[in-house]
Design a protein around this ligand. Structure first.
Ligand code: FAD
Length: 278
């Protein structure tokens, strides 16, 4: 309550908020290690870590992103992330004081301006990238500027500020949806590990956070862990699948691999859907 339903925030600021709350909760945090082995005997899970140590847990949650190793351990035959044919270029710029809302410009090259703090916004450009090329770091600023040569003069003026190769964030866009179960025994998955979306509706992180809230609610209301994990999956599946489906449809329309989608209409519909209770 009292917070907007959607907002832009830089990743370092979000990481700090989540990290601070995690530490304040008293959770034991272990950094720089990965789980190399999971042995679930029905009563608990023995986890072996890459530093050689082992621990036993009631429940293991793999929130390890689009290339989830936990998913690979649980479901080796699960679908893998697929490159869509499009990529996004992003760069932080100073935010003019009166620029306080998301701006999206549609076209074969999509452009957006996203306020993320009192003094920063980022500009993004989505471009078709057939063959999924890898660009060396050196020259990325000039390359990003060149992707905007056909855009409106106002955008090209902003693009002149893109000068630092190290400040350019280039990402090929991938998507993946696991329709089947999101857990096996006492090991569950959440976030991009089970529903990685393209960013066209800006909902990937929101869906991951919602997953964690629903998972916590279901664990609190079931005595049986497997029943809680099934209830979590049932509550989340359609909402997350909708976000992946609708985002990928916009992406495909933009690069001519699907029918064009009215981005403004799709975004309004998405806001109506995510305004529904989780
Ligand atoms: C270009 C781009 C733009 C995006 N824009 C938006 C946006 O505007 N709005 C939005 O809401 N979402 C956006 N997203 C999506 C958003 O980033 C993801 O949906 C979100 O980060 C998913 O959170 P997650 O916790 O599931 O996974 P992640 O954020 O990927 O976190 C996974 C974590 O697990 C760690 N990890 C991975 N493997 C292991 C391992 N084996 N052992 C230990 N740790 C491991 C990783 O280091 C990472 O810290 C965007 C994504 C991309 C690629």
């Amino acid at each position: 309550d009292g917070y907007p339903a959607n907002m832009g925030i830089g990743r370092p600021a979000l990481h700090k908020m989540l990290g601070d709350r995690t530490i304040a909760s008293g959770a034991h945090v272990l950094l720089g290690v990965t789980a190399t082995e999971l042995n679930d005997d029905g009563e608990g899970v023995d986890v072996r870590f890459s530093n050689g140590s082992s621990e036993r847990y009631d429940l293991v949650i793999g929130a390890d992103g689009v290339y989830s190793q936990t998913r690979a351990m649980l479901f080796p035959d699960a679908p893998r992330p697929e490159f869509t044919g499009q990529a996004v270029w992003r760069y932080n710029l100073p935010r003019p004081a009166d620029f306080d809302a998301l701006h999206v410009y549609n076209g074969p090259t999509g452009v957006g301006l996203v306020p993320i703090s009192d003094d920063l916004m980022y500009i993004y450009v989505t471009t078709p990238e057939p063959g999924n090329p890898r660009y060396p770091r050196e020259g990325q600023a000039a390359l990003m500027r060149s992707k905007m040569t056909g855009c409106a003069p106002f955008i090209q003026e902003l693009a002149e500020q893109i000068v630092d190769d190290a400040g350019v964030v280039y990402r090929p866009l991938e998507a993946m949806m696991i329709d089947g179960p999101w857990h096996k025994g006492r090991v569950a998955l959440l976030g991009d590990a089970v529903h990685a979306t393209t960013p066209h509706l800006g909902q990937g992180a929101g869906m991951a956070i919602e997953d964690s809230l629903v998972l916590a609610e279901e664990l609190a209301t079931h005595d049986d862990i497997e029943a809680a994990l099934s209830a979590y999956h049932d509550r989340r599946l359609e909402r997350c699948a909708y976000i992946v489906r609708s985002s990928v449809a916009i992406c495909m329309g933009q690069i001519g691999k699907g029918p064009p989608v009215d981005n403004a209409k799709a975004t309004q519909e998405m806001f109506d859907v995510v305004a529904q209770p989780i």
